[in-house]
Design a protein around this ligand. Structure first.
Ligand code: C5P
Length: 237
């Protein structure tokens, strides 16, 4: 096991997520809980996962007016999970208030605040044509990361292809989490900017989020082990 790979628990209920963890012998690995599971199960899912010693990244991607996000973060701070996140697109004031909510809500626990830069399911065409954000995608993610860091974010979710430049701009200690990971032989699905675990690590990723490459594998335990092996083998200094 490694502390660096978060398994995306994208299941519709605890019954299914729990069964998957048990049948795949994956109890105790770091997990990412997203909207689907959290909206169904609520706060209780966090307790259940903690009982089984999982590190937890609560991926709810908050994006609202600053006061609302601050108050929501106050509530989430009591869960004492390892990481929570907001959309960088919410702007610097929202991120700053999110941090305020986390810190004031639970001064004794250091939940990391992560900002989502540009979703890895998006590409340059969507960024410019649909969202109307000019410039190239890489510059946008670096600039989102920089203002997020300035107002208190501990790190970002970004694509593998941006992690290195983000580290250069924001420093080695600024956390980079990269989804869009595919093991050799697995399906790309709806992700557009994908890479392998080894490539991700060599390109500056601190943590990986991996979902379907493991959950939809014929043998999820083996796929998880393959991801860990690829990650470990690519250790670079
Ligand atoms: O199945 P797959 O490995 O593509 O899962 C990726 C996970 O990472 C999903 O749970 C998705 O919500 C999440 N994610 C992402 N891109 C981001 C942030 C989170 O794909 N920028």
């Amino acid at each position: 096991m490694t502390e660096s790979i978060y398994l995306a628990l994208d299941f519709p209920s605890w019954q299914e997520a729990g069964r998957f963890l048990e049948e795949s012998d994956l109890y105790g690995v770091p997990v990412k809980v997203g909207m689907e599971l959290y909206y169904r199960e609520g706060l209780g899912i966090i307790e259940k996962l903690k009982q089984n010693n999982h590190k937890i990244f609560l991926d709810l991607k908050l994006h609202d007016i600053p006061t609302t996000v601050m108050r929501a973060m106050k509530v989430l701070s009591s869960l004492e999970v390892d990481m929570v996140n907001v959309h960088a697109l919410g702007g610097s004031e929202m991120i700053q208030r999110a941090k305020e909510g986390l810190v004031n809500g639970n001064p004794n626990f250091d939940t990391k605040l992560i900002a989502v830069t540009v979703l890895t399911s998006m590409d340059q065409k969507v960024l410019n044509g649909e969202l109307g954000i000019p410039g190239n995608l890489l510059d946008t993610t670096v600039s989102f990361s920089s203002f997020a860091k300035e107002v208190g974010a501990d790190g970002v979710v970004c694509s593998v292809h941006e992690a290195k430049q983000i580290k250069t701009a924001c420093g080695e200690n600024f956390i980079t989490i990269t989804p869009g990971i595919r093991l050799v032989d697995s399906n790309v699905n709806d992700q557009k900017r994908v890479a392998t675990p080894g490539f991700a690590r060599n390109n500056g990723a601190d943590y990986l989020v991996i979902g379907r490459s493991i959950t939809q594998a014929e043998n999820p335990r083996r796929a998880y082990e393959q991801a860990v092996a690829e990650w470990e083998e690519s250790k670079c200094n």
